[in-house]
Design a protein around this ligand. Structure first.
Ligand code: AMP
Length: 386
């Protein structure tokens, strides 16, 4: 009898997302093979790691021969690399979808075409162009690189028009290579994300919306299902579905939204599993990681329903003491195995509860024990409807 051959999922990028994808793939009988330019990449602790650059085509050729499908932990893989691989092996999501999500201008243009409003924006290529955009959009505003920005990197906030020189000093050098975009600063009431998945057969599912809080542009806290949504859940889900169908998208993605005056505005789309969906590991019937693996391998998608309520603390820079989480009821610790470094995502913790009253109790107690009250307070306020 021929030995059974297990499917192999190739992952471009070896960070915590690849690590959690590999962990979710294992029970499905799927092996992961990860590529990263660093031998220290944390996914390498749980899956075999190929150390190669995005332009090391000899290494990528050998990698492509060993995998059944290629996916991404990192959306800024160069488009040429994604296209080159797609000529040799199935790549999901497709390089065309990746290209749209890599470019804030293309992305926001697509949002508008799909009926999702966005903050006002204008492309900026030169210093004069910045003045012209400021004349239209006004201040406050945010200047961002069109490409290669994430977690608040590649962004400059202009409080007033007179900050244009400082903004250009910070980002002007990147205008030629990546292009820039000026966006109106939105005084939003809430930030939400839709985590959704589309299968190879077009089956579309989304998890309950997540409410998110960022500090310095980096996710700090998430709560799911987002409380007090009214019609926003249906509207956001319908928009995510339209986007996914328009892109012929296969896999999990996140749509990040602002709520202003009760209306949804599109901020960005992440063509991959997303930090604001980490709660789904314990808080949903099927996690975003497992459903991504299922989608890209053409397997049936799992139930995206929530088991109850979840709150996620993101650990940025360094980890707090794990003991309070390890000893709390229905709380879950995730250490990504990374070295501590300022601004780096090094782990998260999720606490689950059957209802909001119990969530308030558990989250409050955990925040006190972890000495992270400041981080949890906005979520506690939202739960208390303050
Ligand atoms: P981004 O990398 O574009 O997702 O930005 C990171 C975070 O910065 C967002 O989650 C928001 O908290 C904030 N931010 C980005 N763009 C805007 C905007 N146009 N108005 C207000 N806040 C923004």
């Amino acid at each position: 009898m021929m030995p059974r051959r297990q499917p192999v999922l190739g992952i471009l990028g070896g960070g915590q997302l690849a690590r959690m994808l590999a962990l979710a793939a294992a029970p499905l009988g799927v092996n992961a093979l990860v590529v990263d330019s660093s031998a220290e990449a944390c996914a390498g602790q749980v899956a075999p790691l190929v150390v190669a650059d995005w332009t090391d085509y000899a290494a990528l050729e050998a990698f492509a021969a060993r995998v059944d499908v290629v996916t991404f932990d990192f959306e800024n893989v160069p488009a040429e690399t994604a296209h080159w691989l797609a000529e040799r092996v199935q790549v999901s999501p497709a390089p065309q979808a990746l290209a749209v999500a890599q470019d804030r201008l293309a992305e926001k243009t697509l949002f508008r075409e799909c009926g999702l409003q966005t903050p006002e924006f204008m492309a900026v290529d030169t210093r004069e162009g910045l003045d012209q955009a400021l004349a239209v959009i006004g201040a406050p505003a945010i200047l961002k690189t069109r490409r290669l920005g994430y977690d608040g990197k590649g962004q400059f906030r202009l409080k007033e028009v007179a900050d244009a020189d400082a903004a250009w000093d910070a980002l002007g050098a990147q205008a030629a290579a990546h292009g820039l975009i000026l966006e109106a600063f939105v005084p939003f009431e809430r930030e939400l994300s839709v985590i959704a998945v589309r299968g190879r057969d077009g089956d579309f599912r989304s998890w309950p919306l997540t409410r998110n809080w960022h500090v310095d542009g980096v996710l700090s806290m998430s709560l799911a299902p987002a409380p007090d949504l009214g019609q926003l859940q249906q509207r956001a889900t319908a928009l995510a579905r339209t986007l996914a169908e328009r892109l012929g998208y296969v896999g999990v993605f996140a749509l990040e939204l602002f709520v202003r005056d009760g209306e949804l505005l599109g901020n960005e789309m992440a063509p991959r599993v997303h930090n604001s969906g980490h709660w789904t590991i314990e808080g949903a019937h099927t996690s975003q990681f497992e459903n991504h693996v299922r989608a890209v391998l053409g397997l049936p998608l799992g139930d995206t329903g929530a088991r109850g309520h979840s709150a996620m603390f993101n650990w940025i820079g360094d980890l707090p003491d794990a003991a309070p989480v390890l000893s709390a009821v229905d709380a879950h610790w995730h250490d990504y195995g990374k070295q501590a470094r300022s601004g780096r995502k090094v782990g998260h913790a999720t606490v689950c509860a059957p209802d909001t009253a119990v969530m308030v109790e558990r989250l409050g107690a955990l925040a006190v024990a972890l000495e992270r009250m400041e981080q949890a307070q906005p979520a506690l306020d939202a739960l208390a409807n303050r």
